[in-house]
Write a new protein. Sequence first.
Length: 331
Amino acid sequence: MFKLTAKALACALSLTIAGIAQAADPIVIKFSHVVAEHTPKGQGALLFKKLAEERLAGKVKVEVYPNSSLFGDGKEMEALLLGDVQIIAPSLAKFEHYAKPIQIFDLPFLFDNIQAVDRFQNSDAGKGLLTSMEGKGITGLGYWHNGMKQLSANKPLYEPKDARGLKFRVQASQVLEEQFKAVRANPRKMSFAEVYQGLQTGVVNGAENPYSNIYSQKMHEVQKYITETNHGVLDYMVITNTKFWSGLPDDVRSELGKIMAEVSVEVNKQSEALNQGDKQRILDAKTTEIIALNDEQRGKWRDAMKPVWKKFEADIGADLIKAAEAANAAQ
């Protein structure tokens, strides 16, 4: 009888010790993304890891997986919803199947500059989009800038007619498909990791990206021209699995939310400098000519692409589009 009791006691003690050890294990947060570490998103992920592990030492461990090393941009959303990763930061173009109003960020020539994007994202209307997918298991934590998009190709693009017949890589976005159809070009969906090879082999003739993506992925080595259109924004929404986020201890969730807000400010502050630096590096490489448009030329691009707004107005909402336009005029 004594031996059984001793065994039971030892077993109970063992389980208690294991439970204490388990309770002491840090919460592992896998942050997966598809770009290089020295891009705005890559730097943001590393800063989030640094601050989270400093301020929540022993409670949280953040593992960052850059450059599609864990999941590519075609699989990362599914991985988040399954709980295989806890944070991702997809391009805003990736959310059309989860919340149609987020398509507003893909409308061409809607925002005059990155400052207007900032004002809209910080408005009540912009913040409301962060929580618009919680019914589908996705919680938005913040917006990160990557920058305004430029058109690259192997022929000079001065006016919309120059793009006719060219095959442009696009993300899986109906708005972006229609944007290129509006100038009689041919959109081709392709994952980000495949773009360099696609451009190199001629599967596609051109693409749209901020300078940081063009330089970090060496697209300038396989594109002779970049037309500085600033026609749209390539930003990210940092998102997490709603169930995971709501299941965190209150103190941990609160601190991670504060850290994410702090990191977002820093990423957005640094992204413009990084893009301008990469623009200069592209110029220094002497592989690519950067074409600056005059007002008349840019106006032609805008006039050609603006009808896309009307096509998606019902899905996005006329009031939301007006709120975004108002951000251009705000000082």
